[in-house]
Design a protein around this ligand. Structure first.
Ligand SMILES: Nc1nc2c(ncn2[C@@H]2O[C@H](COP(=O)(O)OP(=O)(O)O)[C@@H](O)[C@H]2O)c(=O)[nH]1
Ligand SMILES: [Mg+2]
Length: 212
């Protein structure tokens, strides 16, 4: 049996960082490459951007529904960001982890802090930094999906988000997407080899040494 086929405990890979650092782009590349990884699709009350598909990028819902879901404990975590609500639906994550699949989260520092309360040992937290503030602003402007006012708000909040970099296990300065992917591959390979994520080893080693 190849090591990739052995049963293992799924991990929760969190990517956080300021808007425009490249979390969403890196997430897409990870999901293309790792077929045993799935994205946690958040619910949000913000309006869809052009090209965003309901149920694929986000579940776009109204505030009433969001409040109901929060009250019914249907979110693993939720937070208010840029005046809108964002939350991680619980059911999809629990199903994926139980099936030994990794789950990827594109969530902010508030979400990462909340998940730490309930799932600390499953978490792999990666913080994505932009190479410079100029580059961050250029990326937000190039995206051209938000008004100038929204871009200014996102820049103002970047400082706040970045101040939480010390709460993460790994930090990647995303100067070049290919290099950042190399780093993420290395992180995943190492985290998948943690002893606690390979419960099959107990039986394997027992059999290995039985006839010694
Ligand atoms: N806590 C939390 N944050 C989220 C969730 N979904 C998205 N976010 C974060 O909310 C922020 C705004 O996301 P979005 O409106 O898509 O704009 P973006 O920053 O350009 O990706 C980003 O920092 C996301 O990582 C969620 O379910 N929970
Ligand atoms: Mg994003």
């Amino acid at each position: 049996m190849s090591n990739e086929q052995r049963p293992r405990r799924g991990l929760m890979l969190i990517l956080s960082g300021p808007s425009g650092a490249g979390k969403t782009a890196l997430s897409r590349l990870l999901l293309d490459e790792y077929k045993d990884m799935e994205l946690s699709i958040s619910a949000t009350t913000r309006a869809p951007r052009p090209g965003e598909v309901d149920g694929q990028h986000y579940h776009f819902i109204d505030e009433d529904r969001f409040r109901r879901m929060a009250k019914n404990n249907e979110f693993l975590e939720w937070a208010k960001v840029f005046g809108a609500y964002y939350g991680t639906p619980r059911a999809a994550v629990e199903t994926a982890l139980a099936a030994g699949r990794d789950v990827l989260f594109d969530i902010d520092w508030q979400g990462a802090q909340q998940l730490k309360q309930t799932a600390a040992s499953d978490l792999v937290k990666v913080f994505i930094l932009p190479p410079s503030l100029e580059e961050l602003e250029a990326r937000l402007t190039k995206r051209d999906q938000d008004s100038e006012k929204v871009i200014a708000q996102r820049m103002a909040r970047a400082r706040d988000e970045i101040s939480h970099w010390g709460e993460y296990h790994y930090v990647i300065v995303n100067t070049n997407v290919d290099e950042s992917m190399e780093d993420l591959r290395a992180i995943l390979a190492a985290e998948r080899r943690l002893r606690k994520r390979q419960p099959w080893l107990n039986d394997f080693v027992r059999d290995l040494i039985r006839s010694l």
